[in-house]
Ligand binder design. Sequence first.
Ligand code: SF4
Ligand code: SF4
Length: 547
Amino acid sequence: MATVKVNQLAKDDLFWQIDYKHDRCTLCGKCVASCPFQAIEAKVEKRRKVVSEDITPNPKVYFQTIPVIKQVISEYNFCRGCGICEKVCPNDAIKPVRNSDHRFQAKYRATVADPFKRGGRSNLETDGRTLDKIKVGRISQMTDPSLDAQRHTFDMRAPFGRVLAPNEIPLEVDSCGRLVLKNNLPPVRWIYPIIIGDMSIGALSWRMWEALAIATAYLNEEVGIPIRMCSGEGGVPVRLLKSRFLKYIILQIASGHFGWNRIVNAMPHMVEDPAGVLIKIGQGAKPGDGGLLMAKKVAKHIQEIRGVPKADLLSPPNHQGLYSIEESVQKMFLSFNAAFKFRVPVAIKVAASATSVSVYNNLLRDPYNIVGGFFLDGIDGGTGAAHEISLDHTGHPIVSKLRDCYKAALHQGKQGQIPLWAAGGMGKNWNLAADAFKMICLGANGIFTGKLMLQLAGCVGNDMGKCNACNTGLCPVGICTQNPTLVKRLDIDKVAENIVNYFIAVDHELKKLMAPVGNSSLPVGRSDALISTDKSVAERLDINYAC
Ligand code: SF4
Ligand code: SF4
């Protein structure tokens, strides 16, 4: 008897198993051709058949060789459960089935000797989100006169940039007795309270990135929703840098400084200022771990935009020279403000953590008034590739941390002066407007969202481990790959249309929440409008408990 190879990978060890029905299959080969992970292949099987051809029993054994589709059993070409094979099969002959008894990750690590990596998903369970335990409860229709969401005019704009308190505005009376400004005010852009969050070109395919940029421009110019999109760390195509559409783009710089050579070189040719600059210190889905772009995704055009060779691109976990908030952040802010001659607001993005309030408190005391926004990113977001260990075990939920920051500003009497923007799972349950409204009532000036955009584009992944292969460069729907064959699967116009339509609906929904509480402008900090049926949530966030 052969030795039993107990350490060999078996089909039962895998996350996903292929359920294949030979009797329905016509061997058209579409499933094999469409699987980007090469997790299935055409093979032959030897089958034993017993037949009796006489009128009296006379069993005979025949062996047949038949072509079949088989699952590949490997740590490298394993099925991700994306379901593309099922989508393309004309005969319902194949589908992936989740295997709850798998032991794949232990086997993977033991064989490959490498930490498991995946797309930024399932950081917190979808059920039981704090925001889903909060309702808009103050709708009396008598003490707070409701507005008519359909007919009333709403001011839906939020600040991006330093807002000075009235007593800080540098006014003086000139020789003619007129009130004039002594110095320039810090730049502020009044924009839609939802920003399309920073997903880099490189992490996303060029088609996905272009669809986001087209949707942003269309929403601004045709629909009248002044939404902004953040570039992510990875640069911006020069064509866009030199175009008038740059005014809708927030340029991001992070610890890898990818793409900034091109941005700096393009500055003399810019016909518009960018919407802002966002200095990313950290991100909520993997705090303390830098961004990760695998070499497989560093295609030629990405090398050109980022100014790098083909290699794994790891942003360092911190900015060089960032040893204290006071010195280093001020230094960066000053240089970026100076780069655009103090015309463009500059904000900072940090991962929500136990120390976020201290950072925010320090920034609020900034005597130069140059910090144009505090972007706080919670654990439950993130679209990029990352080590699973960081995704699953580091980070801080956003809701209580945003609330703490708002209350810290309140304590200093400086609320609203450095606008608070929050992210981390916004729109995760498809209800972006409700999430935005609740976060605004808790103290955010606005929110930013990313992962939802991928869902609108047709991402087949979910938070229960389906697909999540964004790190591999083999996204089966062309969203986050640079493989030309896969990128072609994404229809730019359709994706842009979905995003535009979604935001038009969100805009109506936001007004539908603002109107009943009687607010015609964004209800920043109106926590009296919220209730929770969960006592611990109500106590932690200092909102009304209702039962
Ligand atoms: S579900 Fe996706 S990864 Fe699995 S075999 Fe089908 S196409 Fe390949
Ligand atoms: S479909 Fe693409 S974007 Fe969605 S989880 Fe899979 S690899 Fe990531």
